[in-house]
Design a protein around this ligand. Structure first.
Ligand code: CP3
Length: 343
């Protein structure tokens, strides 16, 4: 039984920093890869027994201090009525992207959060099967990051549709973001009801915007989600992950979350100086560093622990683990934290 991760998220003094790995469930482990040869990605997400199995595999195979439920940030958009395809190799695609108010009008599905029952069923199953071994994290995307996919229709380099809309008709885009925020709040609240013990919001593309535009466009719908989750009758620690946000640190200091998760480009001591002592920091080894030889990984991990200052730190990567990472290298990362942290 271990609640080390939750105690660390709440800012309590802990015996050593906990460690988990973003995208630990679905990228490098052999059980997942074997399963994916016979089951499509969306089908896997929608089959709670299989999603639970994949969620738990890294707890057994890597020894991480927390599990993260197997799902995807884009599922609530599908539940809102946007057709979503995952084809092998090319990532997610919305064949009918939402690019104006008419597009918003096509999102007509009733009770989207209710249509995501398979995620709640997976969470209930994970809690039952883990039986307290480690806590389980629920997650979603921020409204802004979800909109990048829904508006562009796929991954993007320039985000011309989304940014174009933001200048042409900011109120229309704000309406889309508000709709996504409302569904996200209901979805994430239901994840807590189903047993999620912490919630992480992924803002993979939040760093696209200048601080001023982030405040205008991305922050209001994000705050709606965070404030709503804060009012849940059984509140859980909230983790906000932002990629490429070194210019947004002043903004982050004021967010109503317990944990800020930052990418590898910002050294933790600098983040700490900018945001003050009150939040826990999560991160932030460069995912590519896990491609280095194991002795180098050990050294970098010890340096990361020192940068975290020994407290107020949840050890993780600065973004998802790369698919080509050898499993043994991920194990070296986890083991080094668990041994060095104890010493
Ligand atoms: O540990 C885990 O992997 C838990 C489940 C999880 C997935 N997606 C499953 C998944 C989590 C936490 C996510 C988050 C997610 N999904 C993000 C935010 C984090 C990040 O990496 O920036 C984003 C932007 C997405 C959207 C998404 N889903 C993309 C861009 C892709 C294609 C490329 C990729 O990341 O693999 C996906 C597909 C996806 N989501 C896979 C998995 C395991 C790969 C599907 C496969 O097996 O082919």
């Amino acid at each position: 039984m271990s609640d080390l991760f939750l105690r660390a998220c709440r800012g309590e003094t802990v015996e050593r920093p906990p460690v988990w790995i973003m995208r630990q469930a679905g990228r490098v482990l052999p059980g997942y890869r074997r399963l994916r040869r016979r089951v499509g990605f969306l089908e896997l997400c929608k089959t709670p027994e299989l999603a639970a199995e994949v969620t738990i595999e890294p707890v057994d195979a890597l020894g991480v201090d927390a599990a993260i439920v197997f799902a995807d940030i884009l599922l609530p958009l599908e539940a809102m009525g946007a057709e979503l395809e995952f084809s092998d190799g090319s990532g997610p695609r919305f064949p009918h992207p939402v690019r104006d108010r008419t597009g918003i009008g096509r999102l007509t599905r009733d009770d989207p959060a209710g249509a995501l029952g398979y995620v709640y069923a997976a969470l209930e199953r994970v809690r039952r099967e883990l039986d307290g071994r480690v806590p389980v994290i629920g997650f979603g995307g921020t409204p802004w990051t979800l909109a990048t996919y829904l508006v562009e229709g796929s991954g993007s380099k320039r985000f011309a549709h989304l940014l174009g809309w933001s200048w042409r008709d900011p109120d229309g885009l704000a309406e889309l973001l508000a709709r996504i925020a409302e569904v996200s709040l209901a979805y994430l609240s239901a994840q807590i009801d189903a047993g999620a013990q912490a919630i992480q919001l992924f803002d993979t593309w939040g760093g696209l915007l200048s601080a001023e535009r982030w405040r205008e466009l991305a922050r209001p719908p994000l705050l709606r989600v965070l404030a709503g989750l804060g009012r849940h009758p059984r509140p859980v620690p909230l983790i906000y992950y932002l990629r490429g946000g070194a210019h947004l640190l002043d903004e982050l200091a004021g967010l109503p979350v317990e944990v800020l998760s930052v990418d590898w480009r910002q050294p933790l001591p600098a983040v700490r100086r900018a945001i003050g002592p009150h939040k826990v920091l999560q991160g932030n080894l460069d995912p590519a560093a896990l491609l280095a030889p194991p002795p180098v990984i050990e050294r970098l991990t010890r340096e990361l622990l020192a940068a975290g200052g020994g407290g107020g730190h949840v050890v993780n990567l600065g973004h998802g683990i790369l698919p080509t990472t050898p499993v043994e290298h991920a194990r070296v990362f986890v083991r080094t934290v668990q041994q060095a942290g104890r010493a």
